[in-house]
Design a protein around this ligand. Structure first.
Ligand code: PBG
Length: 332
């Protein structure tokens, strides 16, 4: 691109001199319409337990979900993402609890869809909160078995749809699962249930605090590198997204967020499909601890979220959703 003109005719500071002109020429904007709030749910009654590694984020028992859902409603956040913290005695090698009609996620979907029908609900399809070994799939001969895992995942997805889940979000990174899930949903008259595929999910150390939050950290002895993507790669992400679109994904997710903005931009430019970004737990905690220790101020929240918009993301899953919504309201 050729830049016309030169100093002193051109002074770029003229378009930065006052807030009104900066507002007029801003290329990207962030609104509550861009935000998705993850919520952690636990067993029991009358409990809101803080997650140590994620200051400001709690696990809620079902009877306390109202507390956070009322805020979601007040700030007009379009969708929540539900994650369960499963009691140790309910975990096994096959993640059986994932298919229990009365499990935490099923009960939570029903509760939210009944009391807050206008708020979208998205749920992870993956076995890690339910398996004793903390992997997203089942292990056979020391390997995460792709096709046998898919057989369970389609059942998990169907169950979530039956409970009223609006957006099914496979985050397991097994091959071929999107097509199989689309097929079973359609066969059961759930043509209107969407699939948001975690198409590009990297094997990342930024997930640490999340694994703590859902209680899979202590169990997980190895890494997830045989199914989640290698962070040295970018070309592979095109293949992942291309396949998932063919198999029936409505939207795709890139995860983690900030360290992977190049991937978001590439996919947006090449596929023109809604790309969602996940600002994951480790990113949240780094920023949050920075703010708590007065190393940075909380303007950094909107700055970090705006970066996703600049890269081309349609929406952002972020633990800052409520705080960001509050800040957006305050500044408008
Ligand atoms: C589980 C899942 C993970 C996250 C979302 N779904 C962790 C993992 O794959 O180990 C991470 C979210 C976060 O770190 O905030 N499949």
């Amino acid at each position: 691109m050729k830049i016309a003109g030169k100093f002193p005719n051109i002074r770029l500071r003229r378009v930065r001199k006052k807030a009104w002109i900066r507002r007029l020429i801003s290329e990207n904007n962030l609104s509550v319409d861009d935000l998705i709030l993850p919520i952690f749910i636990r067993d029991g009654k009358n409990k809101i337990d803080p997650i140590k590694s994620m200051p400001g984020v709690n696990r809620y028992t079902l009877d306390k979900l109202n507390i956070i859902m009322r805020k979601v409603q007040k700030y007009n956040i379009p969708m929540v993402a539900l994650f369960p913290y499963i009691a140790k005695n309910k975990k096994d090698k096959f993640g059986t609890e994932a298919l229990n009609k009365n499990n935490l996620i099923c009960k939570s979907i029903k509760f939210i869809k009944k009391k807050y029908p206008k708020i979208g609900v998205m749920c992870d399809v993956a076995l890690d909160p339910y398996t004793s070994h903390g992997h997203d799939g089942i292990i056979i001969n020391n390997k995460i078995h792709n096709d046998k895992t898919n057989k369970i995942l389609v059942k998990q997805a169907l169950l979530q749809a039956e409970m009223g889940c609006d957006v099914i979000s496979p985050s397991d990174m097994m091959d071929g699962r999107i097509g199989k899930i689309r097929k079973i949903l359609d066969k059961n008259n759930f043509q209107d249930v969407s699939i948001l595929s975690y198409a590009v999910k990297y094997a990342s150390s930024f997930y640490g605090p999340f694994r703590d939050a859902v209680g899979s950290k202590i169990n997980l002895k190895s890494d997830k590198k045989t199914y989640q993507m290698d962070f040295r790669n970018s070309n592979e992400s095109f293949r992942e997204v291309g396949l998932d679109i063919k198999e029936g994904a409505d939207m795709v997710m890139v995860k983690p967020g900030l360290p992977y903005l190049d991937i978001i931009k590439n996919i947006k430019d090449n596929f023109k499909i809604p790309v969602f970004a996940y600002q994951v737990s480790g990113e949240y905690s780094l920023i949050k601890f920075g703010i708590k220790n007065n190393l940075i101020n909380d303007d950094v929240i909107l700055e970090s979220l705006m970066a996703f918009k600049r890269a081309g993301a349609s929406a952002i899953v972020t633990y800052f959703a409520l705080e960001a919504a509050y800040q957006i309201k305050r500044f408008n």
